[in-house]
Design a protein. Structure first.
Length: 362
């Protein structure tokens, strides 16, 4: 039976095995997190999931639920985190983090171009790793892929490489924060600007403290908006490159522009609707929930319960991400993309700390 022929109840049933597995791991990770708060439940979840996934890859029956847990459950948790904030806080955090956010993004993209060329990493792959590291991991990679025409193997390399340093950030960043004596605010800004994937930002910041998590989530979600100008800029560059290539080749256009419509790739057509669709739905949901919370509709006593539910959902999602770890994908990615990803991870981390020091945020 095809997916289209399944009833909603059947589709929901297919999610149960994977969701149950991820939830079971999350329960164990939560208990560990209570006894080892320095490690925390999210880190425990991703480690347990990765170990289990490596020892025995979950069968096909688990895949739908694991995929849903690693994406939809995580995004839903981020939406719930909006109940801890008001729009005034969102706006204030966005303004405060803007210099560090834009600075790290520019440094990352320039470093990706320079280091990638020096290492001999092909153009599309270094673009994917650079954008994924500079903005928001797999989400940014997914948004950029159709614009630059990257092939699936390049996407797999980029995602596998970035995932490795996401996990490293979850483990290493809290240690760095404690060693530097960073405040909750400073670490939230550090995690929000130097870690590229939402799940890893939340995991690292949650391990450090609830104050850091609240601040990091807002910084990260504001940073996610950078997808829009970056994708639009890449679309313009691709179009310009196509025009130059066609003109150099001596193509004669039927309409007198110097480009043969049969040869030159079509330039993406951008509309307000398409631009709006680049904004992740959970970002919109987060802002809407924060707006509702700003009105006082959500009672104060409900906030701790909502935060606890959000934290557990995050652990479920991280457990599923651990189960999805593709060790073979890391091997296929090869040495050079791994070096590029690691170099960008270090460059962005140092630039975030440096910019915080310069702006007095630390």
């Amino acid at each position: 039976m095809t997916d289209a022929a399944l009833t909603p109840l059947d589709r929901a049933g297919r999610l149960v095995p994977g969701l149950a597995l991820a939830t079971g791991i999350a329960v164990v990770a939560t208990v560990i997190g209570r006894f080892l708060p320095v490690v925390g439940a999210p880190v425990s979840g991703v480690v347990i999931g990765a170990v289990l996934g490596t020892v025995r890859r979950p069968g096909q029956v688990f895949r739908p639920g694991i995929t849903t847990a690693s994406k939809t459950v995580l995004q839903s948790a981020v939406v719930l985190l909006g109940a801890q904030l008001s729009l005034v806080q969102v706006a204030r955090v966005g303004v405060q983090s803007l210099p560090v956010m834009l600075g790290t993004l520019v440094v990352c993209l320039v470093a990706a171009w320079g280091i990638g060329r020096a290492l001999g990493v092909v153009g599309n792959l270094r673009t994917l790793i650079g954008v994924g590291t500079g903005i928001c991991g797999a989400s940014a990679i997914a948004a950029v892929t159709p614009v630059i025409g990257a092939v699936s193997i390049e996407v797999a390399y980029a995602v596998s490489t970035i995932f490795l340093f996401n996990v490293a950030a979850v483990v290493v960043f809290p240690v760095v924060g404690h060693a530097l004596g960073m405040s909750q605010h400073a670490f939230g800004l550090f995690a929000g600007t130097a870690v590229n994937d939402t799940s890893s930002v939340v995991a690292a910041a949650s391990t450090y403290g609830s104050g850091a998590a609240d601040f990091a989530v807002v910084v990260k979600l504001v940073r996610t908006l950078m997808i829009i100008p970056v994708v639009l800029g890449l679309a313009w560059l691709v179009g310009r490159r196509a025009e130059r290539s066609a003109t150099t080749a001596g193509d004669v256009a039927l309409d007198g522009t110097g480009i043969d419509p049969a040869v030159a790739p079509a330039r993406p057509r951008w509309s307000p609707r398409r631009v709006f669709r680049l904004v992740p739905w959970f970002l919109i949901g987060f802002v809407l929930v924060a707006a509702v919370n700003s009105t006082g509709v959500i009672p104060g006593p409900a906030h701790p319960a909502i935060a606890t539910i959000a934290a557990f959902l995050i652990t479920v999602a991280l457990s599923a991400i651990g189960l999805s770890t593709d060790i073979a994908g890391f091997r296929r990615a090869g040495f050079r993309p791994l070096v590029l990803g690691g170099s960008l991870w270090i460059v962005v981390s140092l630039s975030s700390l440096g910019l915080q020091a310069l702006t007095g945020s630390i």
